[in-house]
Design a protein around this ligand. Structure first.
Ligand SMILES: [Zn+2]
Length: 243
């Protein structure tokens, strides 16, 4: 479904995300700033379930979710709770630890498998993995970069995208502009395997770039595959001191 990468430099924390979705899914809604649970945050919105896949808030916390696509998800017959609504709720967190705490207090029994990435400029972030039964928290997100998922031949897709990532990092390091080019790239041609994904039934539906700087956080959303990028919509919020 998605690819997420991140890096840090003098400007702040940069996060990039491609959202791969089926072509028949309703169009995404552009990002906006809104207040929920007393916290200003920026997020684009899914056109169907109303949740989101990435958000950044006034505390500088970034929350992003990729689906797990476990076979067990398909076998379940209960009504699933949207993973996108989970991101919306967790985006109230004031730090990586606070998001993890909120996640731990959430009833996930109706939620399908996922990986949730939490990042903040002042810590190494966390990755939470939910397999439908148990929640595992890794208190350092770095080993998970790039965070990848796909519903199509998952391991081969992840391997191709990881190979492209290793090539990019070997050539350019974790330079933010190189990461943006990685997200628009088709190392072996346009396909289900390329980071900028093109498939008959699905494609990269949007590209999001987040920057968390000292005084402000911004999110830029561009609809369509990033190789054919169209003008984006950018929103920003002033940072506030975390409680
Ligand atoms: Zn493309």
């Amino acid at each position: 479904m998605c690819s997420v990468t991140w890096t840090r430099d003098a400007a702040g924390l940069h996060v990039f995300m491609n959202r791969d979705e089926r072509r028949t899914r309703a169009p995404e809604r552009p990002p906006r700033v809104f207040v929920r649970d007393g916290v200003s945050r920026i997020a684009p919105e899914d056109g169907e379930a109303g949740g989101t896949w990435i958000a950044v808030n006034e505390h500088g916390v970034v929350v992003a979710l990729v689906n797990g696509y476990l076979r067990e998800d398909l076998a379940r017959t209960d009504e699933p709770r949207s993973r996108g609504l989970l991101v919306r709720d967790l985006a109230a967190g004031s730090s990586s630890d606070d998001v993890v705490r909120r996640l731990g207090a959430t009833d996930l029994s109706a939620v399908r498998s996922f990986r949730l990435l939490v990042l903040h400029p002042d810590d190494r972030g966390s990755v939470a993995t939910w397999d439908g039964r148990s929640l595992e928290i890794a208190s350092d997100a770095e080993p998970f970069c790039p965070l990848l998922s796909s519903s199509h031949a998952a391991s081969a897709v992840a391997a191709a995208r990881l190979e492209a990532w290793n090539e990019s990092v070997a050539l350019h390091g974790r330079d933010p502009d190189a990461l943006e080019r990685y997200h628009a790239g088709h190392a072996r041609g346009e396909s289900a395997y390329s980071v900028c994904m093109h498939r008959e039934d699905a494609e990269t539906r949007s590209f999001v770039r987040v920057l968390v700087a000292d005084t402000a956080a911004s999110l830029t959303w561009s609809p369509g595959p990033p190789c054919r990028s169209r003008p984006g919509v950018r929103c920003s919020v002033q940072r506030v001191a975390s409680p």
